[in-house]
Design a protein. Structure first.
Length: 508
């Protein structure tokens, strides 16, 4: 009986778990190759890939009984990422590779039939785990940009099984190490929509600036062609870049679904799913649980155009993540939690035809049709949105003003104010998990959003007149806190409260 053990990593949700790939070869038994330890279909199929890759690399595949155990057995193993560790385990157990050569290493990679090593998902969170535990990471060269993200990580990036085994057998091998380079995946902003090209809608621009500064949710309501989509598309241009901790967090989420092969993300993610998306696609799930759009938008923007057209079940599933900043998906196999601290930017028409209450065209919708359309978004979900803006069409004279010297304020100027407000919040919440004003917990609102008697009187009158909920009052205070931050004021004044109130949906 010959035995070998090789390290690998399983990323469950966003949490890495060290996996022991144990290989046992019995010579006095009928030849067969079995994999146990709760393997998924792709893991079971690795037997043929491993067999062919070992032969292609110039080694002998043992014609004996081979048992591979993936421990711990209570964690389901999914995907082809264990191919490389299984192949090395077979080589060590069959005495074609020394056990000492793989000591303190973690192996991830998918093998081709020719022995080449293909790129995989989830390398970044696994790399962070290896760095924290002083392990050497071995992964495909296709994932090199993710390996280089973690400063100080000892890693090996390889093309093939033959190349890797030659390297491991070399006693004087030298490791590639992250040299402090941080390959940032940046997208050119030259082709992005700048606020200077959006004429009119000054109130909406002001509201979007406040939303960006404090991380607030916002709903844009108006007829077709009034600029809702343009404003939403320009929104990312005024957001500050991710800091390093946020970069690792966001990039790890994108890594497990294979969306950041180009390197670490520096700009805030913007996700814009179509309204035909399923509940699982929006919040995450599936048989092999993956993050949904709300987690892919973590620390960034989730833009939902045609808000009432989304399935009601999908919209209602947003309520808990908006409050908690995370989503927990429960299955028989257990619970997996993904972070979901995103800014919701939603837009909608006033009615199905889009012209209710406007003087552009006559509305063709009956009052009952308008009410049904509006009722598609529930009251509890509306209550979780911080700011509401009604847009009117921009006058043609303003749209046709092509004078280059008559542009609106550019995004770069707005971005500077947003960044300054974010710095104030960073200083205010130093040492806590809170980053923006929108994340202030209910228990801390009185501490961070204290107001004087005049402001209290204004807010009390508005609350009583419009029957505002406790959640709405709390969100108004947080928006007022952000308005004060944009002005560099340490105190929330009555003017700040008054402005915050005008962004609230008021219904008798």
């Amino acid at each position: 009986m010959k035995f070998a053990k090789v390290n690998s990593v399983a990323v469950v949700g966003l949490t890495p778990h060290l996996i022991d790939v144990e290989v046992n070869i019995e010579s006095k038994a009928l030849p067969r190759f079995e994999i146990v330890g709760l393997p998924g279909k792709a893991v079971e199929e690795s037997r043929e890939r491993v067999r062919s890759a070992i032969k292609a690399a110039g080694f002998q595949f043992p014609n004996q009984k081979i048992i591979v155990n993936l421990a711990p057995a209570d964690i389901r193993k999914e995907g082809p990422i264990y191919d490389l560790s299984i192949a090395l385990g077979v080589l060590v157990a069959s005495e074609q590779l020394l056990q000492a050569a793989i000591y303190n290493h973690v192996f991830l990679g998918e093998l081709s039939l020719s022995g080449d090593i293909r790129g995989i998902h989830g390398v970044l969170p696994a790399s962070v785990y290896c760095h924290q535990n002083n392990l050497t990471m071995v992964a495909p060269i296709a994932n090199l940009s993710e390996l280089e993200i973690v400063k100080g990580l000892t890693y090996v990036a390889t093309n093939s099984l033959a190349e890797l085994t030659e390297f491991l057998n070399n006693e004087e091998r030298a490791y590639d190490q992250a040299s402090g380079k941080n390959p940032i995946s940046t997208k050119s902003t030259s082709d992005k929509l700048d606020f200077k090209y959006i004429h009119g809608q000054e109130l909406a621009k002001r509201a979007i600036e406040i939303a960006a500064a404090g991380g607030h949710n916002i709903l844009l309501d108006g007829p077709p062609g009034c600029g809702k989509s343009l404003l939403a598309k320009a929104f990312p241009t005024i957001l500050p870049d991710l800091n390093h901790a946020e970069q690792l967090e966001v990039s790890s989420i994108h890594s497990i679904v294979g969306l950041n092969r180009g390197g670490i993300l520096s700009t805030r993610p913007v996700r814009s799913p179509h309204h035909s998306i399923s509940k699982a696609g929006l919040i995450g799930g599936g048989s092999n649980i993956k993050p949904g759009e709300i987690s892919l938008a973590h620390r960034g923007v989730l833009y939902l155009d045609e808000f009432p057209e989304f399935p009601r079940s999908a919209l209602e599933s947003l309520r808990q993540p908006i409050e908690d900043g995370e989503v927990t998906i429960s299955r028989v196999m257990g619970n997996i939690t993904f972070p979901a601290k995103f800014m919701l930017v939603a837009s909608q028409n006033p009615c199905p035809c889009g012209y209710y209450g406007t003087n552009i065209k006559a509305c063709r919708c009956s009052l009952s049709a308008v009410n049904r359309y509006r009722a598609r978004v529930s009251g509890p979900l509306i209550d979780r949105i911080d700011m509401f803006i009604s847009l009117d069409p921009v006058k043609i004279e303003k749209l046709l003003n092509f004078d280059n010297n008559n542009h609106s304020e550019p995004s770069v100027s707005i971005r500077k104010r947003v960044k300054s407000a974010r710095i104030l919040q960073e200083q205010r919440f130093a040492g806590s998990s809170v980053i923006t004003n929108s994340e202030i917990p209910v228990t801390k609102v009185k501490n961070f959003c204290a107001i004087d008697n005049t402001a209290k009187s204004i807010l009390t009158d508005a609350g009583n007149s419009y029957k505002l909920s406790a959640r709405a009052i709390s969100r108004i205070l947080k928006v007022a806190r952000t308005i004060a931050d944009l002005e560099g004021s340490s105190d929330i004044t009555s003017d700040h409260i008054a402005e915050a109130l005008q962004y609230r949906k008021m219904e008798h």
